[in-house]
Ligand binder design. Structure first.
Ligand code: RTP
Ligand code: MG
Length: 141
């Protein structure tokens, strides 16, 4: 499997819970390297642009409201099959359906406040990384 990069966001609920360190530790124990990171308070425009694919969905307003409710921690993870590996560590979107031991099972409250985001495919990973980081902010491969 190839070395990949993926975009991860620790959402406002998990930042507010002081869970950044524990979540970073899970990434690192799974062999994912943090190759860029920043904390940001998302503007409404930034959050809407990030989730543009969901614009017509009924939950879009709540999603944007939640993502702008407090600071998020945004990072690029690198490793063998990083995109799928991160999604595995995260668990299902709805924490009620997330496997025990996953980040969402352990830290998420609800399908809205679900602790983390992770890119779901190579094309979205590339787009999402560029949405948050310039080339000069990424460690060279
Ligand atoms: P994410 O993009 O945040 O990593 O989550 P995901 O791939 O697991 O889920 P996705 O389908 O991309 O949905 C993005 C976020 O929208 C919220 N959502 N709410 N109420 C609902 O039915 C519903 N469905 C999705 C979730 O917070 C999800 O993380
Ligand atoms: Mg998604």
């Amino acid at each position: 499997m190839a070395t990949e990069r993926t975009l991860s966001i620790i959402k406002p609920d998990a930042v507010a819970k002081n869970a950044i360190g524990e979540i970073y530790s899970r990434f690192e124990k799974a062999g994912l390297k943090i190759v860029a990171a920043k904390m940001q308070q998302l503007s409404r425009e930034k959050a809407e642009g990030f989730y543009a694919e969901h614009k017509e969905r009924p939950f879009f307003g709540d999603l944007v409201g939640f993502m702008t409710s407090g600071p998020v921690m945004v990072q690029v993870l690198e490793g063998e099959g990083a995109i799928a590996k991160n999604r595995e560590l995260m668990g299902a979107t709805n924490p009620k359906e997330a496997e025990p031991g996953t980040i969402r099972a352990d830290f998420a409250e609800s399908i809205d406040a679900n602790a983390v985001h992770g890119s779901d495919a190579p094309a979205s990973a590339e787009r999402e990384i560029a949405y948050f980081f310039g080339n000069d902010e990424l460690c060279p491969r």
